[in-house]
Design a protein around this ligand. Structure first.
Ligand SMILES: *Cc1c(COP(=O)(O)O)cnc(C)c1O
Length: 463
């Protein structure tokens, strides 16, 4: 790293070379958009959103080097140069022997679990991301979350809240038997747990434990660079190790990984699956051909492979990572100063507000998260996402009785390299106004909903 600057301000380490205008709307307009969308923010047109914090997936800005690489895209069906550049970059950074491109992370997951998992199997993870869980369960296997207790406590400031609970992991192995566990996964950073990192010490210990039982370890690597940077900042002994070296060490403990390039690939689409095992790779490639494409493009264009290859190098830049993590911290601390209860400490890619604690007058089945999300849009055109009872509540199909989710969170996800600090200041100003008026925010009832993944399509009205 260059000399540590003595200035406090962490700047965006880039200049803006191409822009996409965003449009101010009036409160009256937004009120109408909300009514037309039945208060479901997934149904608001993006052009009517001022600051879109719905997700950090595929929403990042590409660099001029990535756009230049796109022009080099070799669109040959088999053996393209773009694939060679992509493959050698992934091998160099991650250190795995076989690299299989896919159109997104979930395609890598589907192929991995189809090949490795059987009905009745059990797959442990610190916390399964929802597509990972769905792909495990689709194989008739059980997805078990074993994150440490601190990882489930929003107020805990443990530096590595994504860590795996080793005792629970060993207990699980002894209970179900190692033969029933085809692989163990570690998600870095732990997305569903608030983007919290996993310590190198924990990864090493998981590996050691799995070795005892002959169980392979795979990483869900979506935010591997953010995780590596947290290790550098927070774990003893890594202060002076470069991020690429930390990344190498992390993956040296694994047998393979799944990856969504829409996150730390700094690309708008893409993913891959890695393994060190030749037999598995062969089976995986056979499946890939069936649904994704030939193994040298896997459902992507040659130009996408180029963008990912460049993005994977850029994401390791420590100036970029410092800015990335500082942006989340700045937003998280700003919200905390206003009085918002958030999942502490701020993670790598998003801030999660505890809407149940913020809006105690709204019962869980009137969706406090949805209420806050709607209010942030109404007041300031900010789009966030509810991660609570709308997403995870369960309606019994016979009795129609509804059980709420475990928590009522609102996620503010930060797209990579997209917003400036004044955008974040604006979000904080809107949040301050929402906070001041929180007691008058109404709850919502659902007027129409599909039987599964209802949050995408449900219709609401204020109570
Ligand atoms: C986004 C994500 C996935 C799935 O990747 P897609 O590219 O959206 O299919 C899997 N795991 C984690 C942790 C993710 O954040």
């Amino acid at each position: 790293m260059p000399d540590k600057p003595h200035f406090r301000t962490v700047i965006e380490p880039f200049i803006i070379k191409s822009v996409q205008p965003i449009r101010m709307t009036t409160t009256e307009e937004r009120e109408r958009f909300l009514q037309d969308a039945h208060y479901n923010l997934f149904k608001i047109e993006a052009q009517n959103v001022l600051i879109d914090l719905l997700t950090d997936s595929g929403t990042g800005a590409m660099s001029s080097e990535q756009w230049a690489a796109i022009m080099r895209g070799d669109e040959s069906y088999a053996g393209s140069l773009s694939y060679q550049r992509f493959e050698s970059t992934v091998k160099d950074i991650f250190g795995f022997t076989h690299v299989i491109p896919t159109h997104q992370g979930r395609a890598a997951e589907r192929i991995l679990f189809t090949v490795m998992c059987k009905e009745g199997n059990v797959v442990p993870n610190n916390t399964h991301f929802d597509t990972t869980r769905a792909n495990v369960e689709y194989r008739g296997a059980q997805a078990i979350d074993l994150v440490i207790d601190e990882g489930r406590d929003p107020a805990s400031r443990h530096p590595f809240k994504g860590n795996m609970n080793l005792e629970k992991l060993e207990k699980l192995i002894n209970n179900v038997g190692a033969k029933k566990i085809p692989l163990c996964m570690i998600t870095i950073t732990n997305n569903s747990g608030g983007g919290q990192p996993v310590a190198m010490e924990n990864i090493k210990a998981v590996r050691k434990l799995l070795n005892k039982y002959g169980i392979p370890l795979y990483f869900d690597a979506c935010r591997f660079a953010e995780n590596a940077f947290f290790i550098k900042l927070r774990e003893k002994g890594y202060e002076n190790i470069s991020v690429p070296e930390i990344v190498k060490e992390m993956f040296s403990y694994g047998d393979g990984c799944t990856m969504s390039a829409k996150k730390d690939g700094l690309a708008n689409i893409g993913g891959f699956l890695c393994t060190n095992e030749g037999d598995l790779a062969q089976q995986e490639k056979n499946l890939l051909i069936l649904t994704e494409g030939f193994p040298t493009y896997g459902g992507l264009a040659g130009r996408d492979l180029e963008a990912i290859a460049v993005g994977l190098r850029e994401v390791l830049d420590e100036d970029y990572l410092l800015y990335r993590i500082s942006e989340a911290k700045y937003l998280g601390e700003g919200l905390t100063d206003i009085g918002y209860p958030i999942v502490q400490p701020p993670g790598g890619h998003a801030i999660y507000i505890d809407a149940k604690a913020l809006l105690p007058h709204i019962p869980q089945l009137q969706y406090p998260g949805q209420a806050l999300s709607v209010e942030l849009y109404r007041r300031g055109g900010i789009r966030t996402v509810e991660i609570g009872s709308v997403m995870f509540g369960k309606v019994d199909q016979k009795t129609r009785v509804e059980t709420p989710g475990a928590m009522e969170l609102v996620r503010l996800a930060l797209p990579r390299r997209v917003h400036t600090q004044s955008h974040v200041d604006y979000v904080l100003e809107v949040a301050k106004e929402v906070y001041a008026n929180r007691e008058s925010i109404p709850g919502y009832r659902i007027t129409e909903q599909p039987p599964f993944l209802r949050h995408f399509m449900a219709k609401f009205e204020p109570v």
